[in-house]
Design a protein around this ligand. Structure first.
Ligand SMILES: [Fe+2]
Length: 359
């Protein structure tokens, strides 16, 4: 155990004093992107059938690529403003998000239905239920990581009120915990149990285990999700949380929301947020929607395995299924992972020169 000094170990002042994590697409590029999406879009075509070569990003790709690099290998977080939104309908904007994903990595499935892109919008899900998920609810969420190296979130509509994005660095939180309570930091290096929220594949248990922090090859790997830890307490075979573990969880959550450490922002239509999930924890406040369906809060989310990924600790295999560098890993395989999903994974991993586990 030691302190980690890296660009992802930021505090609010660091984000404010250096905006190398904020990017913007120029007006001319935005027009070109709009034209490209409208030309390629076909309402009868499955997303799996589009090829990355079909989209002309023009010089906007340099901007997007730099943002992905910053999120992946720098601060763990980046923002791109100014994606075309005004002239694209829901489905066209969804295709734009998918196209960005096609160039960035292999998209991973995100739940029971093995969906490769999720519309983040409220369909009345109970977040705290045994099978609850945050993305389909309007609830305030716990700080957590998503189940892939990178998350890309593109904003189509904001909420009427609320829905503020909350970001805190897992690396910074680790350092504070280590400095202030080394005994709890040590507990955080031990295994915790997380529920799969009843979305396990046929070959998976209903829970997975993983330390909150682990060091390997000079890198710190961070993982957190209180809701899933609490939920796992009701599952057979999961040990009860010790007092020390509960104290660790409380101390970690208290550090994450300190005003000097937690970054808050409202994603606006046309914004894209990119997050490295083994460095950064994220959350969101509860929200109220507009009445009109077309105005309701809607973001599109991709979970991506990028080709330049680094090796993960062996303990992450239970969570990501594969841990090697440049592997297609992560995602919630779910229960509809059919031939079309397998074919997409195979074809696209070949395109990006990535490896895929035979299983
Ligand atoms: Fe999330």
């Amino acid at each position: 155990m030691n302190l980690f000094n890296s660009p992802s170990a930021w505090e609010i002042e660091d984000l404010k004093s250096d905006n190398n994590w904020c990017f913007e697409v120029a007006d001319t590029d935005r027009k070109q992107l709009t034209n490209s999406i409208k030309t390629v879009f076909d309402k009868d075509r499955d997303l799996f059938d589009y090829s990355p070569d079909e989209f002309d990003f023009g010089s906007s790709w340099k901007i997007i690529e730099s943002a992905i690099k910053e999120a992946h290998h720098g601060k763990g977080l980046s923002i791109v403003k100014g994606l075309p939104r005004e002239d694209l309908n829901h489905k066209e904007f969804r295709l734009l998000s998918w196209a960005i994903g096609l160039r960035t990595g292999v998209a991973r499935p995100q739940g029971l239905a093995s969906q490769y892109i999720s519309a983040v919008r409220d369909i009345g899900t109970d977040y705290r239920a045994a099978n609850g998920r945050g993305y389909s609810s309007n609830a305030e969420l716990d700080f957590h990581v998503d189940v892939a190296d990178l998350t890309i979130l593109t904003c189509y509509n904001q909420a009427k009120s609320g829905g503020q994005s909350l970001i805190s660095s897992g690396v910074t939180a680790h350092n504070y915990l280590f400095k202030e309570r080394p005994d709890l930091a040590e507990a955080a290096y031990q295994f915790f149990y997380f529920s799969r929220q009843e979305e396990q594949a046929a070959d998976e248990k209903p829970f997975y285990s993983l330390p909150l922090f682990e060091e390997m090859n000079g890198n710190l790997f961070c993982n957190w999700n209180r809701n899933r830890v609490q939920s796992a307490q009701n599952l057979k075979g999961v040990p009860k949380l010790s007092k020390l573990q509960q104290e660790t969880m409380d101390a970690l959550d208290e550090i994450l929301i300190r005003p000097e450490l937690m970054y808050t922002m409202y994603l606006e239509p046309g914004d894209m947020q990119i997050i490295n999930n083994y460095r950064i924890f994220h959350s969101r406040t509860g929200y109220v929607d507009y009445e009109n369906d077309l105005q309701k809060r809607c973001l599109y989310r991709l979970w991506l395995a990028p080709p330049d990924s680094i090796e993960l600790p062996e303990s992450w295999r239970d969570f990501y299924r594969s841990v090697g560098s440049a592997m297609v890993r992560g995602g919630i395989i779910g229960q509809s992972y059919d031939k079309s999903c397998k074919d997409f994974d195979k074809t696209h991993s070949k395109f990006l020169n990535m490896k895929i586990d035979a299983s």
